[in-house]
Design a binder for this molecule. Structure first.
Ligand SMILES: [Zn+2]
Length: 157
């Protein structure tokens, strides 16, 4: 298998919500959603307060070229973001997880996914005045942005 060489920095983060499952060494389990992802780690939204350095077996799925790829690795809680000790107020409560044992194959897939993610991002455009669909444009998947359609422009000019 050829190794995919990332064209972006390994610190580049993309905003993506994907289902994440954590199995802790003590037997506890936790499922949640990510809110960002990089080759080195991810941000997990959770109200469960996790201890820094807590280790886990982490698994998550990525929607990749019409299929879902499963990634499993060991990870640790690198930083936490709760209540008044939040480091990032624009993030929901949760924790930053650092990947510890990503296989070279998964690391390669992840780099490729992150590099191609911009092209996969599509948001709906609708006319702000009449609600007519204006097609898709680049943006966070599943969200809606507004423009003005040709007909409304004419009517209101
Ligand atoms: Zn319109």
């Amino acid at each position: 298998m050829k190794t995919y060489k990332s064209t972006k920095s390994t610190l580049e983060r993309i905003l993506i919500e994907t289902a994440v499952h954590c199995d802790f060494l003590c037997g506890e389990q936790l499922s949640g959603l990510s809110s960002d992802l990089s080759v080195g780690g991810m941000y997990l939204k959770t109200k469960n307060v996790l201890a820094i350095d807590k280790n886990m077996s982490l698994s998550f799925y990525l929607p990749f070229k019409d299929r879902k790829i499963a990634i499993t690795c060991n990870a640790r809680v690198a930083w936490t973001n709760y209540k008044c000790e939040r480091l990032k107020w624009d993030y929901p409560p949760g924790a930053g997880l650092e990947f510890l044992s990503l296989s070279s194959q998964d690391s390669s897939l992840l780099s490729e996914f992150i590099d191609s993610y911009d092209e996969l991002k599509k948001m709906n455009m609708t006319c702000a005045w009449c609600g007519k669909g204006l097609g898709m444009r680049k943006g966070p998947y599943g969200t809606t942005s507004h423009g003005i359609c040709g007909q409304c422009k004419e009517t209101h000019s």
